[in-house]
Design a protein around this ligand. Structure first.
Ligand SMILES: C[S@@+](CC[C@H](N)C(=O)[O-])C[C@H]1O[C@@H](n2cnc3c(N)ncnc32)[C@H](O)[C@@H]1O
Length: 272
C-alpha cells in the first residue's frame, strides 16, 4: 500500500532532523521500498504501523533503524581510482615529508560506509609506503550507520564487492577466501579503526587531521548543512591538511575557506 502523505512527511522530517539528509518530495517510493523490510524485521504488519510506533516513542532504536534504512551506502574499493592515484603519487609523499619529524599521520574517512575506502588507503600505505610501518598512522573510519560499521569491522566482502575495484595482485596478497566471499587480512584490518559518527552533529575534539576523505555524502545535505560540515572540516584539518570530496561535490559556492588543487585527473582541497 502506498505510504500516507502524513507518514511520508513524518519520515522526511525524522531523517532530516537525525541525519540532515534531505529526502525530496518525490521520494515516497524510496521510503516505501526501504521501510517495508524494516517493518517486517520488527514484526510490524505495515509501514503505517511502523510510523505509528515511531510517533509513540522518540529516540528509540527503531528510529535509528529507519534513518539507517534511508541512507545510501553505495561504495567500492578504490572508488573513482584517480583520487587514490593522486594519494599515492602526490598527497601522501608530501605529507610523509612534512611529518618526518613527528612520524605521525592522521587519516579520517568520514561517512565510510562498509569500509572499502579506509581499507583502500591502508592497502596503498602498506604497498607503497613501507617506511610508515614504524610510524603512528591512525586511519579512522566513521559512519552514521551501525550496520555499515559492523560490516566494515568484520572486513568480509562478497565476490561482487571485491570485483568492483580490488586489483588482482592486491586480492591475492591481502584477502583470503571466506565461504563465498573474501576476508581482508588482519594486517590491513588492524590498520583501520571504526567508530560511529554523525556529521550533522558537533564533532568531538580530535588531533588535527592530515587527510580527510569526505566523499559522496555532502550530496545528501542542504546547502546550510554542507556549509556547517565544511566549516567543521576546516577546523579539523591541519593547516597543510588535505580534503577530498566526491567527484560531483565541491566547496565552491558553499564555503570559501578552501582552495581547489587540480592534481592529475582529480581535485582536492586545502585550507586557504
Ligand atoms: C554513498 S556512501 C559514501 C561512502 C564512501 N565515502 C564513498 O565515497 O564510497 C554515504 C555514506 O554516508 C553515510 N551518512 C549519511 N548521512 C550521514 C551523517 N549525517 N553522518 C555520517 N554519515 C552519514 C551513510 O550511512 C553512507 O554510508
Amino acid at each position: 500500500m502506498p505510504i500516507a502523505t502524513a507518514d511520508f512527511e513524518y519520515v522526511r522530517t525524522l531523517v532530516r532532523e537525525q541525519a540532515a539528509i534531505v529526502l525530496e518530495a518525490n521520494k515516497a517510493y524510496l521510503v516505501e521500498s526501504r521501510l517495508g523490510p524494516v517493518a517486517r524485521a520488527h514484526g510490524l504488519d505495515s509501514i503505517a504501523t511502523l510510523v505509528g510506533q515511531l510517533r509513540g516513542a522518540r529516540g528509540s532504536r527503531l528510529h535509528d533503524h529507519v534513518v539507517e534504512a534511508l541512507t545510501t551506502n553505495e561504495t567500492s574499493f578504490f572508488r573513482d581510482i584517480h583520487p587514490f592515484d593522486t594519494l599515492r603519487t602526490a598527497v601522501l609523499p608530501e605529507l610523509v615529508k612534512q611529518r618526518a619529524a613527528v612520524r605521525r599521520l592522521s587519516i579520517w574517512c568520514a561517512a565510510c560506509s562498509s569500509g572499502q575506502e579506509p581499507f583502500s588507503i591502508a592497502m596503498v600505505i602498506r604497498e607503497h609506503f613501507p617506511q610508515l610501518a614504524s610510524w603512528n598512522v591512525d586511519i579512522l573510519g566513521t559512519d552514521l550507520s551501525e550496520g555499515m560499521l559492523a560490516r566494515a569491522a568484520a572486513g568480509v566482502y562478497s565476490q561482487l564487492e571485491v570485483n568492483r575495484g580490488v586489483p588482482a595482485p592486491l586480492l591475492v596478497k591481502y584477502f583470503a577466501r571466506d565461504g563465498a566471499g573474501w576476508r581482508l587480512s588482519p594486517e590491513i584490518r588492524r590498520m583501520v579503526r571504526f567508530r560511529g559518527g554523525n556529521l550533522a552533529r558537533p564533532w568531538p575534539l580530535a588531533p588535527p587531521v592530515d587527510l580527510l576523505m569526505l566523499r559522496n555524502v555532502l550530496i545528501y545535505f542542504a546547502v546550510p548543512t554542507k556549509h556547517e560540515i565544511l566549516e567543521r572540516a576546516h577546523r579539523a584539518l591541519a593547516p597543510d591538511g588535505v580534503l577530498f570530496l566526491g567527484g560531483t561535490e565541491t566547496t565552491l559556492g558553499v564555503h570559501d575557506g578552501f582552495e581547489r588543487v587540480a592534481a592529475g585527473r582529480t581535485t582536492y582541497y586545502r585550507r586557504r
